[in-house]
Design a binder for this molecule. Structure first.
Ligand code: CA
Ligand code: CA
Length: 249
């Protein structure tokens, strides 16, 4: 009996480990925008939308890193927005990293958000004080809309901020980290952190959107978007099973 259950547990653990190990390989999206033509939107597989009076275009005057390009979002109007989006293979355990900066505190800047079968994920963004946000702060925005963490980090214009979003759709948990980045592009001190909690509905993520506010505008930049599957918690469970089996032997 014991021998049979050990074999079954071994097979189960090995299966979990295999599935989860597969999931940890392969960056699903990495783009620094440096290879694209200046003055135009990033090309396919990126999709873009520019309402009247707005632009989303590759810019070679502002960028993160020693040289290169970024994407400039310019949207001075209400009732219009500019948007960049891109799909990728379904992933349930994911990390998003990117750099963002706002050059005008009268605008909200860009929302960079993961999207899945349940809709949009939580996000962080610059606030101009509208709708309960705090002007001059990077705040957190709920998955169903509205500022839910308005005072995450006070920010300066013309300064890059690094954002990291960890999301585990299998447990509906995850965390945001936001760092100010210095002129040598190193994070300054400890990040501002925001634990989301467990109240969200995506079972997988399969796309990323960056858009300017419909009503509050943007004059800002994003660069170095990086999305990678995280080692999933199930692989830890599998390792735990293996350790247990070893002890029994
Ligand atoms: Ca770049
Ligand atoms: Ca707008």
């Amino acid at each position: 009996m014991i021998g049979r259950s050990v074999i079954a547990m071994s097979a189960f653990a090995a299966g979990l480990f295999f599935v989860c190990t597969l999931n940890t390989y392969g960056v699903v999206l990495q783009d620094n925008f440096d290879a694209y033509t200046t003055g135009f939107p990033p090309p396919a597989p990126w999709n873009h939308r520019e309402d009247s009076g707005t632009t989303v275009e590759v810019d070679d005057t502002v960028f993160f890193g020693p040289s290169g390009k970024s994407v400039h979002f310019y949207d001075p109007g209400s009732g219009v927005k500019t948007e960049l989006s891109r799909g990728f293979s379904q992933t349930s355990n994911i990390v998003l990293e990117y750099y963002m900066r706002s050059d005008n505190q009268d605008y909200e800047g860009m929302f960079v958000v993961l999207n899945g079968d349940g809709g949009s994920d939580y996000l962080v963004n610059f606030s101009n004080g509208a709708f309960g946000g705090m002007k001059g702060y990077i705040g957190g925005w709920g998955a169903n809309g509205g500022w839910v963490k308005p005072d995450l980090l006070a920010y300066k214009t013309n300064t890059w901020y690094k954002v990291r979003r960890e999301l585990d759709c299998t447990t509906d948990t995850g965390r945001f980290y936001v760092w100010e980045v210095d002129e040598q592009h190193n994070p300054i001190g400890s990040p501002a952190e925001w634990e989301i909690g467990s109240n969200y509905v995506n079972t997988y993520i399969d796309g990323v959107f960056a858009w300017s506010s419909g009503s509050q505008g943007a004059d800002g930049y994003i660069d170095e978007i990086y999305i990678v599957p995280e080692p999933c918690s199930l692989s830890l469970l599998a390792l735990g099973c293996m350790a247990l089996i070893r002890r029994r032997r």
